[in-house]
Design a binder for this molecule. Structure first.
Ligand code: PMP
Length: 435
């Protein structure tokens, strides 16, 4: 008989994201979640500032998403997508084609964000392969980017801080331009894109395309940058015939203030990756959309076979929930909610920039970041419990304390999150002074 408690068993046997089993992380056990609250096994309820890594935009345990899940599970939770199709995949794809730019005509339903990036990269490589240009197989991307943990996705993450340095020798070698540095179009100068342009001019003959996270770089450093970069990149892609991939896995579905970040740029990529909030955070599902140019290009070899087909492709349960989540989002006043969150984050987080340990406070849509001058790694022994003691769930990483709450959060709960960030900053400051 196993005598270990849940947390003891977990520490003894289970891997968590980016952790060691030799030095298990401090964990809190969640027993249920509802709205913006997580209920821990000791009875405490904490306000979620993370939307479970950008995904639970409608909050937890939403009656409409629950109903959709129950309804679908009585028909079928899964069926293979090879040789078969089903209404949940068709309805969801109709909606995705409807709500994105009219140039997006084809949908690949993948099983996670990383896989949708793999598919996007494959689409671009196959496009050139089918034109007899197999040498065009490298990607240009920004430093500080993050696109996932599978090998193809890792190869376009920041080569230094992308959490994957140790794999460098076995990853395909892509091409990296400096991380975007200009936050506002009004401050734009052409020097910002100079090195990027140079790399395109020198190496376009070996490039399949460009992949970037538009406007906000997520896990690679929570950097926010202006639309002018993307307009310049689009021009270069047109001029040198490169495919443009936007990874909107984090930014999609309203997070930056528009339904998709590309809407704020006036340009549209050839390939678009979506995930995370696609199912309202209920299930793992992602999508790679592409335009006619890409699909025609892949078909130029006379076959047009896209070489990907995971077991759980287009899982009906996930697709049904995703379709419901999109309806729920579009029927809600999400734009107003995100704008209100943005305003409150600006008002309540900006004062923390006065602290000596704070490097910068950044806000975009429903994303608030307090970047410190020093990494928090050596504080992870005490910090997670200190945060939970403030009645909130925030998960700092590297030098960043950041939140991206569910859109349904009340201003009171958001206030509590912002206040907690203030207390975290103050506590770190006072401990740093003592040591
Ligand atoms: N791209 C971006 C921009 C992401 O933020 C993430 C997840 N953090 C991924 C890709 C990978 O998605 P997943 O974790 O679902 O594989």
């Amino acid at each position: 008989m196993d005598k270990l408690s849940n947390l003891e068993f977990d520490a003894a046997h289970i891997w968590h994201p980016y952790t060691s089993v030799a030095h298990p992380p401090v964990l809190h056990e969640v027993v249920s979640a509802s709205g913006v609250k997580l209920r821990l096994c000791d009875g405490r309820e904490i306000i979620d500032g993370m939307s479970s890594w950008w995904s639970t935009i409608h909050g937890y345990n939403h009656p409409r998403l629950n109903a959709a899940a129950h309804e679908q599970i009585d028909y079928m939770s899964h069926v293979m997508f090879g040789g078969l199709t089903h209404d949940p995949a068709i309805s969801l794809s109709r909606k995705l084609i409807d709500i994105t730019d009219e140039s997006f005509q084809y949908v690949f339903l993948a099983d996670s964000g990383s896989i949708s990036v793999e598919v996007a990269l494959k689409m671009a490589v196959q496009y050139w392969f089918a034109q007899g240009r197999a040498e065009k197989n490298r990607f240009l991307t920004f430093r500080s980017g993050y696109h996932g943990d599978t090998f193809g996705a890792m190869s376009v993450c920041d080569p230094v801080n992308g959490m994957h340095t140790m794999f460098e020798s076995i990853l395909p070698q892509h091409i990296f331009a400096p991380a975007p540095d200009c936050q506002h179009d009004k401050d734009w100068q052409d020097t910002y894109i100079a090195e990027f342009r140079e790399l395109v001019e020198q190496r376009h003959f070996e490039m399949a395309g460009v992949i970037v996270e538009p406007l906000v770089q997520g896990a690679g450093g929570m950097r926010m940058y202006c639309a002018e970069y993307l307009r310049q990149i689009k021009q270069l892609c047109d001029q040198y015939d490169l495919l443009l991939i936007f990874d909107e896995i984090a930014t999609g579905f309203g997070r930056t203030g528009s339904l998709f970040a590309y809407e704020q740029t006036g340009i549209v990529p050839d390939i678009l990756c979506l995930g995370k909030a696609l199912t309202g955070g209920y299930m793992t599902l992602a999508a790679t959309l592409c335009n006619q140019k890409v699909s025609d290009g892949i078909a130029a070899d006379g076959q047009g076979v896209l070489m990907h087909g995971p077991t759980f492709m287009a899982n009906p349960l996930a697709c049904r929930i995703a379709a419901e989540s999109i309806d729920l989002l579009l029927e809600s006043d999400w734009k107003q909610s995100v704008a209100a969150i943005e305003k409150q984050l600006q008002m309540e987080l900006q004062p923390y920039s006065a602290s000596l340990i704070v490097k910068q406070v950044r806000v975009k849509g429903a994303i608030g970041v307090v970047e410190l001058n020093h990494p928090l790694d050596d504080m992870m022994e005490w910090l997670p419990e200190f945060i939970v003691e403030q009645g909130v769930w925030i998960r700092p990483f590297r030098t960043m304390i950041y939140i991206m709450p569910p859109y349904i959060i009340s201003s009171n709960d958001l206030h509590q999150l912002c206040e907690a960030i203030g207390k975290i900053v103050a506590e770190i400051e006072s401990r740093s002074e003592k040591s």
